[in-house]
Ligand binder design. Sequence first.
Ligand SMILES: CC(C)(COP(=O)(O)OP(=O)(O)OC[C@H]1O[C@@H](n2cnc3c(N)ncnc32)[C@H](O)[C@@H]1OP(=O)(O)O)[C@@H](O)C(=O)NCCC(=O)NCCS
Length: 328
Amino acid sequence: MNKKAAITGVSAYRPEYILTNKEIEQTLDTTDEWIMSRCGVSERRILKDKNKGTAFMAAEAAKSLLDKKGLTPLDIELIIVATVTPEHPYPATANIVADMIGATNAWGFDIQAACSSFLSAVQTASKFIESGTHKKVLVIGSDKMSSIVDYTCRKTSILFGDAAGAVLLEPSIDETGILDAKLYADGSGKKYLYQPAGGSLIPASIESVTNKQHFVQMDGQAVFKVAVIKMADAAEEMMQRNNLLADDIAFLTPHQANKRIIEATANRMGISMDKVMLNIHKYGNTTSATIPLCLVEWEDQLKKGDNIILTTFGAGFTWGAMYVKWSY
Ligand SMILES: CC(C)(COP(=O)(O)OP(=O)(O)OC[C@H]1O[C@@H](n2cnc3c(N)ncnc32)[C@H](O)[C@@H]1OP(=O)(O)O)[C@@H](O)C(=O)NCCC(=O)NCCS
């Protein structure tokens, strides 16, 4: 039987600049109290350097992961970057990252499934491990959301931040690893959350820039209503498929879009908030980086054999969950 894939290391890059609610209060008609009560974000990191993008953050996360694991870039066979803010439309950010870190033995590509990009990439990577063709795969979630956020819009600018998180996947040597995953997509949700311009339908033009069509467009309430149900549905389904009770679960690792969505998911699963990885107050929604960023910050508390449920929801709509038995 083919080996399962195991997450054998995690690392992250967080830009230094901290954009606080207090700073946002200076320029927009909003308050710290409103933002905290509606979405639970207190501050977010912003990559201020205009000469650095998504690939820089991804490469920093990858380099620190290689250092941590005592690996060289040449050990890596495949790099998958999950992102909605690629360095360029093409080539793939994964290829740029490979060049930046010197991973000349690695092929690579990007995966884009909005905020579900990271779990989609991990699921894809796990199949390369399970098939036996690859033994060391880097999955990096990296997003410079500040490049597509309109900082004059109080409805969206409060939510997002920049960051990158990386995981190493290797064949499992025991019963631990990525044991199950179920991902969903429903493209009819496009109109509620998308970036209208910059693709083939509306290429960049003076008009598209003037009309702010290169920024995130969101109907927050419509997204919230679907997210709060779908993320909880996916988490509950993952428990049922694997005969897991609330007491069996060590941690829930949810995509960090809104604290209230996360609380609703935990509530449906019957688990208390002390088992929920929650850092949205510090980083906001970093899109593809939220889940690996949580794994990094809870790494010290994780024990081999712990049952973890990862859940996601994003534009598309896309959503799903993954069951991981922690490997170290
Ligand atoms: C964005 C979000 C926090 C807004 O909260 P909400 O309770 O739905 O707020 P609404 O959009 O209904 O707006 C309510 C009112 O607050 C106002 N408002 C919006 N943003 C505000 C802000 N930052 N500060 C103060 N008031 C604000 C609105 O203009 C509206 O005023 P009105 O009633 O006079 O028109 C919430 O909808 C949300 O989190 N949605 C999901 C977003 C998400 O998860 N996106 C990523 C998916 S991966």
